[in-house]
Every structure is written in structure tokens, then in C-alpha cells.
Ligand binder design. Structure first.
Ligand code: SF4
Length: 359
């Protein structure tokens, strides 16, 4: 019987699950994912963590508890840095220790270090350390590693296509996604900026993305931008942000504020999250200074009420449509004035604007 490794459906599961699953499957290890978030699962996490922890960490503890008695190992990598000269939030670094010290009877954890901060550090070292726990065959580990990179590449393409936008869990992503994603059916485009572990967890986000779609909005997220593009956009900051994930969010927010086909932006933050409060402030300042697009800031915590969020979303979408209509009317008036002036100057109708051609 093959060994079972549990992966909590929380935190970076929403970025890396396909890669991790492909790696373990190629080593002949069975992967078990914790169940979808429910109120009961969240409450278990709340009871076992300190009040100061942010909501996603409390929830992740609930998911670990869900796996505790069902698997041989729980995969909780100690994530220090995901990119050169950058760190990620320290809560990821301390998470395995928090679990070990707060959950009684927790079984063996796979908590190898992933630290890509230095130039000569490599992701392979991390996977090799994990693989060694299951096989002594380095060739098998290397093959599993390459399969995991390919799975991650496909997952990133799926995320860029928008196919994951809140509707599809990473483990059910089709292997070959259409890069153009689903057809846009709504009448306004709204960018939703937040951590994937908040946005794509339907319980925590209270189905935010689905609700927006049901109310006629097309949703764009940070994951739909290629990483390099988001990084380039984030370079507008006078000083580089330390945290990889928030840097991507800032870059995406700047990009969507500038895009003429995006009509509004929502920033989803976690209560108790230091990086999110800094990101939210930067996004808000940018919106005030450089953009006339409506911005909504939603902060999620364990007490956030669904009714309140629905009311705010509806009011926000009303504002987005009102602004969009105003902008459309102003653009139409400007076009007419230009056409009229051209006619007065030349004595002939200017068909280049399309105003006369459309009549
Ligand atoms: S970035 Fe914020 S929400 Fe995410 S783990 Fe860190 S403190 Fe929690």
C-alpha cells in the first residue's frame, strides 16, 4: 500500500498544488487533500490558533486538523523565499512550528526549507530533500521534479487564461487550458486583487467572484497577468516591496487601473495581515492620485457577514456602471465636437471619426 501525504487546501495550495501533486504522484505517493472549507473546519482552526494570527493561517490550521488522522505525512513546506532577493510573509516560515506546537498528536510533517533568496539556491534542492524521504533513487526524484515543473507551467497557463478565477479548484484544472479563457459575458470588467487563498476559497470569500459574475461583471485577477508583467508594473514603486505575493498584487492593481477596459477595482485583504495593510494603502493612494476608477476595499475576517458584503458589492457595481456611463457619454460628446469642428474648418463632414458614417 502506498504512503499517503496530506496537503491542506489552504495558503499556497492555490498556487502550487498541481506541482506538488505531480511530484508525489511520480514518486508513487498518494496525495490526499483536505476537505473544502466549512464553518466547522474554520472553527476548529480558530480554537487551535492564537488570536493574533491572520484568517488564512487560522483556516490553514483547520485544514491540517482535517488531515491529521487520515494520512502518513502532512506536507507543510517551510517557505522562506520564492524568488531571488525577495521574501514571503514570515507566517509561512513559522507555520510548521506553529502547527507542531499547537496541535496535539500531530503526525510527521514534511517541512523542508524552500529558500530561493540567494543566487546559488535552487528549487531542486528542496524537492530532492522531500523526495529522499520516499526513495533513495536520485533519478526517480529528478524525473518527478521535471514532471512537477511541467505541471506548474500548465497550471500557470490555466491561471493566466482566467479558467481558475474562483470557479475551479487547482486539482481539477484540465491539463491543457485554452489561454483565452471563458467568453466575457458581463457588461463591466472588474479587477479583484487579493491572495488566491482568500479569493478562491469559496467559503472565506463568500463566493465573491461568482457573485460578481452573477451580477453582470467580468472578473480579472492578479493571476491572469503573466508574472513578469506584474513585476514590471510593480517597478513603479519608489522602493521594491519585500514580499513576493504582495508585489504581484500591487503590479496587477497598477496594471488594471491603467487598462481602459477595466471599470473598477476591488482589493480583498485579510484582517490581521501586515503585508495586506501596506498593499491596501499603496493601492488606495494610487487610486486617489492617478485614477478615477471606483475602488472597493473588502477586509475579510471570521466575523465578516455575508449580507453586508452583498450590499457593498451591489452598491459598488452601481457606482462602476454609473461612472462607466458618464465616461462613455463624455467620450461621445467629445467625438461629436471634434467632428463638428472639422466640418466647420473644411466645409465637408469628417467621416474619419465614424460619427457621420454611423448616421
Ligand atoms: S501575507 Fe497576510 S494573509 Fe498571507 S499569511 Fe501572511 S499575514 Fe496571513
Amino acid at each position: 500500500m502506498s504512503l499517503k501525504v496530506g496537503i491542506p487546501r489552504a495558503l499556497l495550495y492555490y498556487y502550487y498544488f498541481p506541482q506538488w501533486a505531480a511530484f508525489f504522484n511520480h514518486l508513487g505517493v498518494q496525495v490526499v487533500v483536505s476537505r473544502e472549507t466549512t464553518r466547522g473546519l474554520l472553527e476548529k482552526g480558530l480554537r487551535s490558533t492564537v488570536d493574533e494570527a491572520c484568517l488564512p493561517v487560522k483556516l490553514a490550521v483547520g485544514h491540517v486538523l482535517d488531515l491529521r488522522d487520515r494520512v502518513d505525512y502532512i506536507f507543510l513546506p517551510r517557505l522562506v523565499s520564492m524568488a531571488r532577493r525577495e521574501y514571503i510573509c514570515p507566517k509561512f516560515l513559522g507555520f510548521p512550528d506553529m502547527v507542531r506546537n499547537t496541535i496535539d498528536g500531530i503526525g510527521p510533517l514534511i517541512d523542508c526549507n524552500l529558500d530561493l533568496y540567494r543566487k546559488n539556491s535552487s528549487q531542486y534542492d528542496f524537492f530532492y530533500a522531500v523526495g529522499k524521504m520516499f526513495t533513495r533513487n536520485p533519478v526517480k526524484i529528478r524525473r518527478a521534479y521535471h514532471a512537477s515543473l511541467e505541471a506548474l507551467r500548465r497550471h500557470c497557463l490555466a491561471m493566466e487564461s482566467g479558467a481558475l478565477a474562483g470557479e475551479t479548484a487547482p486539482e481539477t484544472t484540465p491539463a491543457h487550458q485554452n489561454r483565452t479563457g471563458e467568453a466575457r459575458a458581463g457588461d463591466v470588467n472588474v479587477a479583484v486583487i487579493g491572495h488566491p487563498y482568500n479569493l478562491y476559497d469559496r467559503f472565506i470569500s463568500m463566493n465573491l467572484i461568482k457573485r460578481l459574475k452573477e451580477n453582470g461583471a467580468n472578473v480579472l485577477t492578479a493571476e491572469q497577468l503573466p508574472e513578469q508583467m506584474a513585476r514590471r508594473e510593480a517597478q513603479r514603486l519608489p522602493k521594491k516591496l519585500f514580499w513576493t505575493l504582495n508585489q504581484r498584487m500591487i503590479g496587477a492593481a497598477y496594471h488594471y487601473f491603467e487598462r481602459p477596459d477595466v471599470h473598477g477595482v476591488i482589493h480583498v485583504a485579510s484582517f490581521g495581515c501586515g503585508p495586506d495593510s501596506m498593499t491596501g494603502e499603496l493601492i488606495e493612494r494610487y487610486a486617489r492620485k492617478w485614477s478615477r476608477k471606483p475602488l472597493l476595499i473588502l477586509t475579510l475576517d471570521e466575523h465578516t457577514g455575508e449580507a453586508g458584503m452583498v450590499t457593498r458589492l451591489e452598491a459598488f457595481l452601481d457606482m462602476v456602471r454609473w461612472r462607466r456611463n458618464l465616461a462613455d457619454a463624455a467620450a461621445a460628446t467629445t467625438t461629436k465636437i471634434i467632428a463638428k469642428k472639422a466640418e466647420e474648418t473644411t466645409g465637408a463632414p469628417d467621416t474619419s471619426t465614424g460619427v457621420f458614417a454611423a448616421k
